[in-house]
Write a protein that binds this ligand. Structure first.
Ligand SMILES: [Zn+2]
Length: 154
């Protein structure tokens, strides 16, 4: 696909030694895309649903003919939580941080870390974009609030 391009890459890595993702035959292409700075999702050839996380069959119609496509990287915040006690001790150096569910323009929702300035609380429906971030040996698709969403309200 000629329209594919490297999306936002964060040049300031988190120097954390976190557990790696579990790479499988099903999700390998997603993680390969992430390492290259491209957010790849599956699209069902039968019902055209955007699909995330990577799977063998479409969750809507059970079709098994799934193609890969680069998502725009634009999303809105559905919900979030501020993490002070991470699920794995390797993330302790990064607290507090925001974990959010964001819904991509293409439809599917994913769990991600939401990057936002210290003084800002994300709002539901806030626009955000993918920002690939190096964490240890991995490149993870974090999301960053759109600049217009980070103005501090009086
Ligand atoms: Zn389908």
């Amino acid at each position: 696909m000629s329209s594919e391009h490297v999306q936002h890459m964060d040049q300031q890595p988190f120097n954390l030694h976190v557990p790696p993702p579990l790479i499988t035959a099903t999700n390998e292409k997603f993680w390969q895309g992430a390492q290259e700075g491209r957010l790849l999702i599956q699209v069902c050839a039968n019902c055209h649903s955007g699909i995330f996380y990577p799977r063998e069959a479409c969750p809507r119609c059970w079709g098994q003919n799934l193609d890969w496509r680069q998502a725009s990287g634009d999303a809105v915040v559905r919900t979030y939580t501020e993490v002070w006690r991470p699920g794995h001790p390797a993330w302790a150096a990064a607290v507090p941080y925001w974990i959010a569910l964001v819904t991509l323009e293409e439809g599917p929702t994913l769990t991600t870390q939401l990057l936002c300035p210290e003084s800002v609380r994300p709002s539901l429906g806030a626009r955000c974009s993918v920002r690939f971030t190096n964490v240890g040996d991995w490149t993870l698709p974090f999301f960053q609030l759109h600049p217009s969403e980070t103005e501090i309200q009086p």
